[in-house]
Write a protein that binds this ligand. Structure first.
Ligand code: ZN
Length: 438
């Protein structure tokens, strides 16, 4: 089979891999890049392509040049399937451009996450409804390819790796993963029961050049947050991705251990609710110490999207301004710029803290400025409370030992050459677009 990484050989984000046999072609992920392909010193902004046509985006190298993938673009036989590893934009962000006759394979949980994102976030998964659902370790035949998905531990819910077999060869594509999250048992299981005879390990390496960044498990992070929270008598604000379910659970548990009320916003509440897991802090599942802050911003969005039921159903659990005021410091609450109109009238008590729970590099970006301004205005301390969604080098090494691949091809890493330090001559660094016979 032929392997070609259209994007991702030398960067984090924007993954797109094409695999083909004589008869069948499949694509693994179709992500939006994090850096702008037109100027790699700049961050990629999705609004910058809003007015571009499909041919313009292909010419500019923004969309990967895959034949038979995009709607109304070429007469090539359509690709047989697009496989999505997980619901992070740098893996699915360009899906809205694909042909409607190309089936998209993903996990049911990833699909639920994307359904909520489509309502709340400006970037869309798209109208594509030809979706097939993968189940953990249940193989699916797509033309010449046998694909076995493996549920993985990652900050993106429902993340999967894929074992892909064709022409007597095996490729294992990790997608994004880690071994220190709340689903670390999945990673341990993969190490214990690995597929055999893997020829190529296509492995993410976000952390190969961030070895100085220590990582905590989610449980360790939870304990750190509980300890920090004790130092601040005021409100505990949370800034984290509403889709990082592990982290939402970490904050919920920290709030509970602190004897505080946990207040989600409408976005987080609807994400949690969509997943229908009894273990997740959904007040409909009887979690009594959980409430929901209604913000005009999200209520307006839900009205526009014809989903007013998505806020009305939370009325019995609504955290009103008066109750928020009464709760004082006894609350862990999600913060975003657009919740300021609701937080300010309730009053931010003195001695409040904001737990910043994303990669610290984002704090240097302009998007963090409004948070800084808000914190300064209300004298809120900013405390970092984060652990990576990606595997540390030790876990990359453990995976390589378990799978014993003939070759390792780096993907989703800014420093693919650093793989050699850990895996020696097994490493085969490709360029974007290069063909490799497996
Ligand atoms: Zn990811």
């Amino acid at each position: 089979m032929i392997l070609r990484i259209h994007r991702g050989t030398k960067e984090i984000g924007g993954n797109c891999v094409e695999l083909c046999t004589e008869q069948t072609r499949i694509i693994l992920d179709l992500g939006m890049p994090l850096v702008d392909p037109r100027d790699k010193t700049k961050k990629f902004e999705s609004f910058s392509v809003r007015r571009m046509t499909l041919p313009q985006m292909l010419d500019a190298g923004i969309l990967p040049a895959v034949k038979g993938l995009y709607e109304g673009h070429d007469d090539t036989k359509p690709v047989d399937a697009l496989l999505l590893s997980h619901p992070h934009q740098d893996h699915y962000g360009f899906c809205k451009y694909i042909r409607k006759d190309v089936p998209v394979y993903l996990s049911q949980d990833a699909n639920l996450m994307l359904g909520v994102s489509d309502v709340f976030l400006p970037t869309q998964f798209g109208v594509h409804d030809k979706r097939e659902f993968f189940q953990d370790r249940i193989p699916v035949q797509i033309g010449d390819f046998k694909v076995t998905p493996y549920l993985m531990d990652h900050s993106g819910y429902g993340a999967m790796a894929f074992l892909i077999e064709a022409d007597g060869k095996k490729i294992f594509y990790t997608g994004d993963f880690r071994g220190h999250g709340r689903k670390s048992a999945l990673f341990d299981k993969l190490l214990r029961l690995p597929p055999s005879g893997v020829d190529v390990l296509l492995m993410e390496g976000t952390m190969v050049d961030r070895t100085e960044e220590g990582v905590d498990t989610e449980q360790e992070l939870e304990t750190k947050i509980v300890k920090e929270a004790r130092k601040y008598p005021g409100m505990k604000l949370i800034q984290c991705s509403g889709q990082n379910i592990d982290r939402v659970v970490t904050f919920y548990r920290a709030a509970k251990r602190s004897g505080a009320i946990f207040v989600m916003d409408l976005y987080v509440a609807n994400v949690i609710h969509a997943l229908e897991r009894k273990s997740l802090p959904d007040p409909f599942n009887g979690f009594k110490d959980v409430q929901v802050l209604f913000t005009k911003h999200f209520m307006k969005r839900l009205e526009q999207k014809n989903r007013p039921d998505w806020y009305k159903r939370w009325r019995p659990y609504e955290m009103r301004a008066s109750a928020l005021k009464r709760a004082g410091g006894n609350v862990f609450i999600f913060y975003r710029e657009n919740s300021e109109p609701e937080l300010e009238p309730a009053g931010v008590p003195s001695g409040s803290v904001l737990f910043y729970s994303q990669w610290k590099g984002y704090m240097l970006e302009p998007s963090f400025r409004p948070t800084e301004v808000f914190c300064k205005k209300h004298d809120i301390a900013i405390v970092e409370a984060h652990t990576s969604g990606h595997a540390v080098v030790d876990d990359l090494v453990r995976l390589e030992k378990a799978l014993k691949p003939v070759k390792i091809i780096p993907i989703h890493s800014n420093s693919p050459e650093k793989y050699r330090k850990y895996f020696g001559d097994k490493v085969d660094c490709l360029h974007d677009g290069e063909l490799r016979e497996v």
